[in-house]
Structure formats: structure tokens, C-alpha cells
Ligand binder design. Structure first.
Ligand SMILES: C[S@@+](CC[C@H](N)C(=O)[O-])C[C@H]1O[C@@H](n2cnc3c(N)ncnc32)[C@H](O)[C@@H]1O
Length: 231
């Protein structure tokens, strides 16, 4: 159960300005993320998450009506933004971490997303091929923020992604990767699992409202990757 005494609510605002027939318009989305301080990994929104969430927000027309699964969702900012933009979203967290799964559900609840009605939350452990992978059904996008935080699990993540991309041949995996050590790399694993990767520029995210993405991520070095099956 969530320890409400240590919960803090963090607000994230996404907006865009544009003109239609000379008329200035602004669209805005506010997401509230509950965080548990002094807890680990899944109870805190990592700097990679707002970057992926901004990418989804700016591409919301592309995500509308699409089937999306988020891996290692934690507080689930990107998946919740996708759901609010009209995607059909399944949030996943390690099946071995029931408290993390219930925190992911709490994030949905705080944003008025009813689990099993507006959004799904299921246990999915990277590298474990249990029946739940097939229950995901056809997918358009796999998303994941800061899943590559521990080299010992890099291959487990990519094996899971490779399997999902095998059964969803047109799907793509959009993920944000925080560079923690220059010795760490997923390049050889992408090649081993027959995957290819495009690096997207994150500097233009939020341009229409004058956002400087580096104000969100501070000194961290974060990359936005699009991984797909080698063509
Ligand atoms: C660094 S946190 C990132 C959380 C969130 N995506 C974010 O960016 O704020 C890594 C997440 O991966 C989850 N995780 C760790 N090992 C996992 C595994 N073997 N299978 C599935 N999820 C796992 C953790 O519980 C945690 O939520």
C-alpha cells in the first residue's frame, strides 16, 4: 500500500502554441505525479521521463488511437501523457515489485485514469517470457524511460523488445537513455538482436513555448532513441 505520509505531488505542464487561420492557439496538459521520497527507482520520476513525455506530447497526433506499452513505467509520466493524448496504453512494471506496480496504479488514479477502463497496468519483468507478453496484443509503440540504468539488465530489456518487435513488425521502441558511464553501451546488443537505432535531437522539444529542455534535465546527458527491427 502507498505510504501517503511521504508522498509528494509533482506537477508537469505540457503546452504548445501554434496558429490556425492566423488565430493564435494554445494547447495545454497538466499531469500530477505522486512521488515517494527516500524510496528508490520506481517511486521517483527520473530526468529521462519528461524528455520522453515531451516527445510524445509533441507527436500527440501520431500517438492518438495507437496501442502503446510502457516498460519499467515507475511513476509513468510518458505513458500517462500518451493516454491523455488518446493512446490506448498498457503500463508495465516488474512483476516482482508489487509496491512499484501499486505506485504506477496510484499515478493513474491521481490523473483520473481508471485502471482497466482508461488504462491498463500489468506486471512485466524484462527477459522473462511468461504468458503476459502475448496478452499485450498488437502494439504500435513500445516506450521506456530510463530503463537502461543497470548494465546487467540491458540484454533482458532488448530481448523483450526484440520479441515484441518480432510479433509487431511495424512497431517501434522509443526510449530515453541517461548516459551514466561512457563505458556503458547497448550498441553490440542492438546488433546481436538484429535491431537498429536512430538518435533523435531533443533540443527542439517545446520550442513553440520557448522551453529549454536542459532546464528539465539539468546537467544529465539524455538521449532519445528510436529502436526498430533491422530492415
Ligand atoms: C530508473 S527507473 C525509471 C522509472 C521511470 N520509467 C522513470 O523514468 O521515471 C527504472 C524502472 O525499471 C523498473 N525495473 C527494474 N528492473 C526491472 C525488470 N527486471 N523488469 C521490469 N522493470 C524493471 C524499476 O522498478 C523502475 O521503475
Amino acid at each position: 500500500m502507498t505510504n501517503v505520509q511521504t508522498e509528494q505531488l509533482k506537477k508537469f505542464v505540457f503546452s504548445s502554441k501554434y496558429t490556425v487561420n492566423g488565430e493564435p492557439l494554445e494547447e495545454k496538459l497538466e499531469i500530477i505525479i505522486p512521488e515517494l521520497l527516500q524510496a528508490s527507482y520506481s517511486f521517483y520520476t527520473w530526468p529521462s521521463a519528461p524528455v520522453l513525455a515531451w516527445f510524445i506530447w509533441e507527436n500527440r497526433e501520431e500517438f492518438y488511437g495507437k496501442k502503446v506499452v510502457e516498460l519499467g513505467a515507475g511513476t509513468a509520466l510518458p505513458g500517462i501523457v500518451a493516454a491523455k493524448c488518446g493512446a490506448d496504453v498498457i503500463l508495465t512494471e516488474s512483476a516482482t515489485l508489487p509496491k512499484s506496480l501499486s505506485h504506477t496504479r496510484r499515478s493513474c488514479q491521481v490523473n483520473n485514469l481508471v485502471v482497466n477502463q482508461h488504462i491498463k497496468v500489468i506486471g512485466l519483468t524484462w527477459g522473462l517470457f511468461l504468458g503476459n507478453l502475448d496478452l499485450l496484443g498488437p502494439l504500435d509503440y513500445i516506450i521506456g524511460s530510463d530503463c537502461f540504468f543497470e548494465p546487467a539488465t540491458f540484454e533482458d530489456i532488448l530481448v523483450t523488445v526484440a520479441y515484441l518487435l518480432d510479433i509487431n513488425i511495424n512497431a517501434k521502441f522509443f526510449c530515453t537513455y541517461q548516459e551514466r558511464s561512457s563505458d556503458w553501451s547497448i550498441e553490440h546488443l542492438l546488433s546481436k538482436w538484429d535491431l537498429e537505432c536512430i538518435v533523435h535531437n531533443i533540443n527542439n522539444l517545446g520550442n513553440s513555448i520557448g522551453l529549454n529542455i536542459h532546464d528539465l534535465i539539468g546537467d544529465h546527458s539524455i538521449h532519445l532513441l528510436e529502436i526498430s527491427r533491422k530492415s
